[in-house]
Design a protein around this ligand. Structure first.
Ligand SMILES: Nc1ncnc2c1ncn2[C@@H]1O[C@H](COP(=O)(O)OP(=O)(O)OP(=O)(O)O)[C@@H](O)[C@H]1O
Ligand SMILES: [Mg+2]
Length: 237
């Protein structure tokens, strides 16, 4: 289980995460929403150990999070890969011993044609690169996967499809998923809980269904109402 306990993060003397506490168990999905600059990517970077916590603690099963080798799915799928290497090379880099059957099963689950991996990142569509990004994150069977806006580069149909693929892979693999997203419809449909960050503070963590009907805070309500106004929440309300 991931435990974030009263964490503060400072960047260039500005406090960008303020006293943030949350937990996330295996097989569960936590969506993190909130305005631009709220600290969502900072939270991911702190969990990965890329920025230090000024105070507080982050652990996975009571040990440092990095020990569990958490995986990251980056927001910009094509620039997340080395442009000079084949996608296969980038995907296989973190894997010590290759299990061909696991690669084949993940490719099939994520609907990646095996020969696609022989291309370079500029030779595939963004949607294809996004799925290869998910493949790369999952190849070493991480217990914790951090997604930074994993669907933002995709059209609505591919978004829906990829969201279902991620959920399906999670059911099969049992990893804990922390998903930063601006799409409350996605969060409400696929996450167990929704965490609202604002100016570095966690305003509320609410079960996804309950959030759609009754956010606990005024800011949560503002986000929910804006998503309703955009029509992003109709399908799940
Ligand atoms: N390397 C950095 N040095 C100093 N301040 C930073 C750095 N990276 C981010 N910040 C600041 O930290 C705050 C949180 O930024 P962060 O990138 O976590 O926001 P975010 O919620 O991910 O926003 P977005 O939705 O736009 O991606 C912002 O005020 C930002 O300006
Ligand atoms: Mg961000």
């Amino acid at each position: 289980m991931l435990k974030v306990d009263q964490v503060c993060v400072r960047r260039s003397s500005v406090v960008t995460l303020k006293d943030v506490s949350l937990s996330l168990a295996s097989g569960r999905t936590l969506a993190v929403v909130g305005e631009s600059g709220a600290g969502k990517s900072t939270l991911i970077n702190a969990i990965l150990g890329l920025v230090p916590c000024a105070t507080g603690q982050m652990t996975w099963d009571a040990k440092p999070v990095r020990n569990c080798r958490p995986a990251l799915v980056m927001q910009e799928p094509r620039s997340a890969f080395n442009p000079r290497m084949s996608l296969r090379h980038s995907v296989m880099e973190p894997v010590r011993a290759l299990h061909e059957d696991r690669l084949a099963r993940l490719c099939s689950g994520l609907e990646i044609a095996p020969d696609l991996l022989d291309r370079r990142p500029t030779e595939v569509s963004i949607g294809q690169a996004q799925r290869v990004g998910i493949l790369r994150a999952l190849i070493a069977a991480p217990p914790l996967v951090l997604f930074d806006e994993p669907l933002s580069a995709l059209d609505a149909v591919t978004q829906k499809h990829t969201a279902r693929l991620i959920a399906q892979m999670q059911r099969e693999e049992g990893f804990a998923a922390l998903i930063v997203t601006h799409d409350l419809g996605y969060a409400a449909a696929f996450a167990d809980d929704i965490a609202v960050l604002r100016a570095g503070r966690l305003e509320e963590i609410t079960p996804a269904r309950a959030f759609v009907h009754a956010p606990q805070t005024a800011y949560g309500q503002t986000l929910r109402d804006a998503a309703f106004a955009l029509g992003a929440l109709e399908r799940v309300a």
